[in-house]
Design a protein around this ligand. Structure first.
Ligand SMILES: NC(=O)c1ccc[n+]([C@@H]2O[C@H](COP(=O)([O-])OP(=O)(O)OC[C@H]3O[C@@H](n4cnc5c(N)ncnc54)[C@H](OP(=O)(O)O)[C@@H]3O)[C@@H](O)[C@H]2O)c1
Length: 277
């Protein structure tokens, strides 16, 4: 029986087991997907013994994504560009491969919900400069975004991200994020603001064009205050759950040999777990 897991600290909140166990049942795969709570001081030893523990691979979540990339024998272009890995698997020679599927997950869902998100090359505004923002930015640039403006509370992190991303990426001060919305075609919240238990995202949408798309990568709650406000003024909105579902696809295929589908039934299954969370 093939086994995979999600490794994090903490890991209790992870929805990955719900997604992968749903697919295991649906496709009749004899396999298991477990949660592994691994503290930072034990992560290197744990990852080096992943195969001995009987795992075909793993998902990796905070705070271990950088260590996972560093310890892998090989990494794909996305993981290298983002500087972090969220998916690991062994090849037939026992070499550990690392990938980052967050950019794929974000862009796949965005392209499904808002196929013309690029709006003829109008600027994209990204809020945040953490790990998820790095993945979103990588996806946007690979997907053809011509101009991206990043705003982050800690401006030096936005500047560091812009510096390694090339001339199409520039920084706007966090206090001016509302002004940056004038003329943009897509606004993305890639901070943790708006998530259950975190402060709300405080942004004035007055200058946001009526045809701009608004995406949030926070998925708990499913409809964040940002998305509710954008919807109320008529903007097309894209929630964060689709990213979570799609980022899981490549790992499942690597470990269990079936390319799974993201369906409305899977979505409904996970939404049930978010109610009251
Ligand atoms: N939908 C999905 O599949 C998916 C995937 C990955 C992550 N996420 C979600 O994305 C969010 C960010 O994750 P991450 O991995 O990027 O975390 P991270 O690396 O810790 O980055 C957090 C980001 O949020 C900003 N932030 C936090 N508290 C803030 C505050 N009070 N005011 C202003 N900005 C604040 C940080 O700004 P500073 O740099 O100034 O600290 C940083 O930009 C989380 O909610 C996570 O659950 C969703």
């Amino acid at each position: 029986m093939k086994r995979a897991c999600v490794i994090g600290w903490p890991v209790e909140h992870s929805r990955s087991p719900l997604i992968h166990r749903y697919w295991l049942d649906l496709y009749g795969v004899e396999g298991a997907y477990e949660k592994e709570a691994v503290p930072p001081e034990e992560i290197k030893v744990f990852l080096r013994s992943l195969g001995v523990r009987g795992y075909a691979g793993a998902n990796v979540t905070l705070p271990h994504k950088e260590t996972a990339l560093a310890l892998a024998d090989a990494a794909d272009a996305a993981a290298k560009a983002i500087g972090a890995a969220n998916t690991l698997w062994f090849d037939e020679q026992g070499r550990l491969h690392a990938s980052n599927t967050d950019a794929y997950g974000f862009m796949t869902h965005l392209s499904e919900e808002a196929p013309d998100w690029n709006r003829g090359g109008r600027p994209v505004v990204v809020l945040g400069a953490g790990g998820a923002a790095r993945a979103v930015l990588h996806g946007l640039l690979a997907g053809g975004a011509a101009k991206v403006l990043i705003a982050n509370r800690s401006q030096h992190r936005a500047e560091a991200l812009a510096k390694v991303s090339g001339p199409s990426v520039s920084v706007v001060p966090w206090s001016e994020k509302g002004k940056a919305l004038a003329g943009c075609g897509l606004l993305i919240n890639a901070t943790s603001l708006g998530m259950t238990g975190k402060p709300p995202l405080d942004i004035d949408l007055a200058l946001l064009p009526a045809d701009a798309v608004v995406a949030d990568i926070v998925y708990s709650p499913l409809e964040t205050r940002l998305l509710a406000a954008a919807k109320a003024r008529g903007n097309l909105t894209v929630d964060g759950l689709g990213m979570l579902l799609h980022q899981a696809v490549p790992g499942f295929e690597r470990w269990f040999g079936v390319r799974p589908k993201v369906t409305p039934a899977l979505r409904a299954h996970i939404v049930k777990s978010l109610v009251g969370a």
